[in-house]
Design a protein. Structure first.
Lengths: 376, 376
């Protein structure tokens, strides 16, 4: 098992005993630049069957690692633990499942926090501009390494859904099926504006220093603010009302502390944002966030319809959530209809979860049956 | 005409030749504190009729001054120019209209940027915690000064709607009518979370210095970020899509400038946020923003229904906008139904504007007829 971290491994990575590494041989050509022998970190579950036809590849959202679920090597809970495992909707007794850490991220795959082997210093902002297509292409190279010609399905939610779609467009012969969850064929200006502001919050932190911060003292303040904005927009107004109402964090408003925390919702956001800082490299965050803005299926052929016509999967499952205002259901419908127009057997599921964009991580009672039925 | 700025006038106020001032005599008791002889800035249009029954009082949203419309004294365009004036929906040939700058603001009324007469230094964070009810109570004192016993109507949008409601609750004999636009009987946790983050963006600017910044070099960077977040949330996703699509600000993406401006929507936000900085004092912004969070009609009597039962107006107009996610239509319905339950003749109008919370400032074709019909 190739679990030795490569020499260009980001600093202070957490222990991840199930993590495997594949170093790409030679130059990796990107949409706008190239990298020397980048590394991909991934995890795997289950066994490849004799005709190598039961492989499922999962691309992640912006922030997760490849640790989607626990395994004997790493029993810690994964970010999609309820979806993936023995007898779960993506059943690892039947499927060989691989989850790859996105190129540009900081959980084992090469990104702005990794060492550039040519200069022996971290890439930082010399890392080439990243695209969702680049991440998708690393998935194809990983399949080559694993001797998998064709996937049963390529799966992703949020940015991972964009990546899964890009994979299905750019490698049409390598995916029989596509699952896109709370994602889109391209970003809308509303979500671009929010992500642009999140990036500005990080860049406005004096400690960021145009990306030249000391990796041991990163721009936590900016990252915390960006994370708070993310959390507010990943969920929904209805959920906040249900969870917090107008509960005050303290029984008395303190007139002597005029901008402290009054409400439970403020206290919750503060605590959650604190957890995030330190876990994610700021430059990696900036690169991945911008890659989402730039993704546009219409870049391939001149229109979304033409881009989607490149997909040759036999079937697709498109899941949207009514309370998601970052990737609203109109975008899910556009994607489902665009795929259906090209003779793909599309199942479109619009779920009534109130947890907004994050529903696929938390409203498992609604998501499990839909995904399970696809894999029946 | 009492247009001489008082001695405790905030620094560097713009010229406002139509602005009038009323200094409250003695102590002004607030919900949580008190002020010595605060000043109120206001403007007025039209003539009071013989039986003093045609007065309309307008409370503003968080950021506007009292300059709601032009006048012979000040021909510059006001913030509600299309709504207010001769032969406009609020017809100044028929009504005597007063617009008051909110207590706590920085356009002539006493706020955190004003001098405390006791110490002869700016209040800054020694200003008492501000409530929407305090602003409403200043309106009643202004009516005393103008010898107006009872208003034809009290009017407000956004925070101004909260203030108009508070006025109608706390001074039930002084308003025959109430117009509430894109407002609420209390803030929801979603909008509290967004405003709390906006305040944190200001406070995170090193220049803010716990409110002790030099008034000539204010925390522009934090204010600009807060304003951007405001602009994103004041409008709607559909409007951004219609206005900007995925238009790029530059024809080519510049790989050498990895976090510059790619999209028109980013360029627009940047330009608009620049305009705002300098115009509004940061501490005033913090106080007013928090007052919105704290407002809750249920504080008066134990429930929203009991609070609303204090209103004794004969009729009310409640306007909501379907694309407003800060003050969603469910809150407008709650308000309309709560007023109707207490024998008030309520007109509820739900408008299909796509400009979100800001619609009352821009979608005049939809708003004018509804307001005009109320004043017929």
């Amino acid at each position: 098992m190739d679990t030795t971290p490569p020499s260009n491994h980001p600093p202070a990575a957490p222990k991840a005993p199930a993590r495997r590494y594949h170093q790409i041989d030679g130059k990796f050509q990107m949409l706008r630049g190239q990298l020397d022998s980048p590394t991909l970190a991934y995890e795997q579950w289950g066994e490849l069957n004799a005709d190598r036809s039961n492989a499922v590849l999962i691309f992640t959202g912006l922030s997760p690692s490849a640790h989607a679920a626990s395994s004997p090597q790493d029993p810690t809970t994964g970010w999609w633990e309820d979806m993936l495992g023995p007898d779960k909707p993506i059943d690892t007794t039947r499927y060989f499942v691989v989850c790859v850490n996105s190129l540009g991220s900081c959980f084992g795959s090469t990104g702005p926090a990794s060492n550039n082997p040519t200069t022996d210093t971290a890439y930082r902002l010399t890392f080439p501009m990243l695209s969702v297509e680049d991440i998708a292409n690393t998935g194809a190279l990983l399949l080559d390494h694993l001797n998998i010609d064709r996937l049963h399905s390529v799966v992703g939610a949020s940015m991972g859904g964009m990546t899964a779609l890009a994979f299905a467009m750019l490698h049409p012969q390598r995916a029989d099926g596509l699952i896109s969850i709370s994602s889109a064929a391209r970003s809308m200006p509303f979500s671009i504006a929010l992500r642009s502001l999140q990036r500005e919050l990080v860049r406005s932190d004096d400690i960021w220093q145009k990306g030249e911060y000391d990796h041991s003292t990163p721009p936590d303040s900016g990252m915390r603010l960006a994370r708070k904005l993310g959390m507010i927009t990943y969920r929904s107004s209805a959920e906040w009302s249900e969870r917090f109402g107008r509960e005050r964090a303290t029984s008395e408003i303190d007139p002597g502390h005029p901008f402290g925390i009054d409400f439970e919702v403020e206290s919750y956001l503060d605590a959650q944002a604190m957890k995030f800082t330190g876990a994610f490299d700021a430059n990696c965050y900036l690169y991945l966030s911008r890659a989402m803005d730039l993704f546009d299926a219409a870049d391939h052929g001149g229109s979304v319809a033409k881009g989607l016509s490149m997909v040759k999967a036999k079937r697709a499952l498109v899941i949207g959530v009514v309370s998601d205002f970052l990737f609203p259901v109109c975008q899910q419908q556009e994607l489902a209809e665009g795929l259906e127009a090209h003779d793909i057997d599309v199942t479109y599921a619009e779920l009534g979860s109130i947890q907004g964009h994050d529903s696929f991580l938390v409203d498992m009672d609604r998501f499990r049956p839909v995904v399970a039925e696809y894999f029946l």
